[in-house]
Structures are given as C-alpha cells and as structure tokens.
Design a binder for this molecule. Sequence first.
Ligand code: NAP
Length: 292
Amino acid sequence: MEKKIIAVVGATGLQGSGVVDSLYKDGTFQVRAITRNPEKYSGNADEVVKGDLTDLTSLTEAFKNANGVFVVTNFWEGADEVAQGKIAIQAAKLAGVNHFIWSTLPNVEEISGGAFEVPHFTGKAKVDSLIKDAGFENYTFVRPPFYFQNFTGQLRALPQQDGSTGWTLPIDPTKKVIHMADIHDLGKVVAGAFLNPEKVGKGSYLSLATELNSYNDILAAFRANGKEYSFTQVPGNVFSTFFEGAKEISEMMAYFETYSYMGPNSETQIQHAKEIATERFTSLNEWIQQNN
Ligand code: NAP
C-alpha cells in the first residue's frame, strides 16, 4: 500500500526539520519538505517541493495529494502570519488535506486583557479560529516553547560591560515562568499527532514544554556544565531602546512574568503533548552537553 503523504512547511527551519526527522524516523508516512528553494534542500525528507506561504497557487500545488500538512510561519522574517495562515488553510482545502497541524502560540492580548502586546504570539493565535471553522476532518494545534536553541541563537549570552559574558534582560531571574525545550522535539509531538488523529484531531492543543525554568535555573544548568554566565535585570522600558524589535521581547518577558510562557491552565496541554510524542524529550542539561 502507498504511504500517505505529509507535507511540512518550514522543513529547512528549526521547527519543520524536527517534524521531518521524526516523521522520517517513524516511517509510516511519505515525508514531503516544502521550501521556497528546493535546490538548496539537504534534509531527510523523501521528496522536496517548492511552496511559498504568500502564494496560494504555489502552496496548493505543494500540498497536492498530501493527507496531512504541518504549517509554521516565520514572524521574524516579517510575515503577516494571519494572511499566510489564511493562504495555508485555503491551499489545504483546495488540495483536499485531511489533517491540518498549525504551529501556534497563546493569545497574549486575550489572556492579558490587552495589557501586553506580543504580535508574534497573538498573530499566530488569531489563525486558530479560522482553522476550527475551515471544516478539516482533523486539525490539531501545537505550541512550541522557548527554544533551548535561543541560547546559541537570537538570545545568546553576550559580552557585558563588566567583562563577564551573560544576559541583560527585562525579567526577574528568580521567576520560574519560561516553558522551554529542544525545538527539534516538536517533531516528536507533531509525528505523534499525525499518527493519532482519532486522539488529537478534533482541535486538541499540544504544548511542548520539557522544563519550566527561571533564568537562575538556566545559569545553574550552564554552570553545571562548566560555563559561568552573568545575569542583569533591566526595566522593560530601558531594554526596549536597546535594538530594533527589543520592545517585542520586553513585552513578551513581562507577559511571561505575569502569566508564564504557555499561559494559565496549560498543564493539561503539556501533559497531552508528552503522551502523544513518539519519543522522550531532551533535557536542558543534555542539550547543553550536546551543543555547547
Ligand atoms: P527558522 O528556523 O528561522 O526557519 C524559517 C522557516 O520558515 C524556513 O524553513 C523557511 O523556509 C520557512 N518560511 C519562511 N517564510 C516562508 C514562506 N513565505 N513560504 C514558505 N516557507 C517559508 O524558523 P523556526 O524557528 O522553525 O520558526 C519560526 C517561527 O517560530 C517564528 O514565527 C517564531 O515566532 C516562532 N517561535 C519561536 C520561538 C523561539 O523561542 N525562538 C518559540 C516559539 C515560536 P525556506 O526559507 O526554506 O523557504
């Protein structure tokens, strides 16, 4: 029997490559990587097809014959995530997709009653209701946490004025409010969801969170592995002036402090993701040992 096809948007990125790898390892499905530049693709997918979230015709073609699709949008590349979400829904409907999995985040505006503005969270969340109303046979929401990979990427430890290396951030380092994980593990959750549509295909929320940490926990994890980092807390309004996009980070951290990353009542969704995942998750300690 021919394998069902799962198409993975963002297959060249951090979230999507984890999805490709877990699906490929499981072997039940034929894995199709979607990218704007297929000629550059070097991952594990069985096939690679050109597709662009801003182009309905191209994405519909990329989703052709797919039973399931995983869709992630990239806010940091300037995406209008609601517009791209709409195109992805429309393309999936035109292609007759059975199971739509959307990478979303908590609706910060709704949770905080408008107190915090975090467009890269809320923009994704705004697409959720459109997916619920689209009439897919199966649809599932996954929520990625703060990536461990941020510690070597966008939010890496940097040289400080006092000669130390570390972080200057607008968050209380004693507060255990940051849900986090190795983002490659999102693939284990997504693969589990595609394998079990009868359990999670009627709009379940699956939140990946291997750990709930404070910045002091993060410092301790690096220290245990021989890396001494400093931490300085600064007020949000000061941090917001540091670089372009800093206000977004500042508001996000204020939201974390008040509601935690995944927001109120997220425990069930976190537990559900653990149960559905195809494999166990990597701890921060293991990730530091493997990646630093
Ligand atoms: P990434 O590693 O930077 O990769 C971005 C991916 O998006 C690439 O595979 C790229 O594909 C694809 N892409 C971008 N625009 C596209 C378009 N128009 N059409 C088709 N594909 C497009 O990104 P990521 O980390 O996997 O995902 C980014 C998202 O994660 C952001 O929206 C961010 O808000 C969210 N997020 C981040 C964190 C965190 O802690 N860092 C936590 C939760 C959520 P090609 O270039 O190959 O076409």
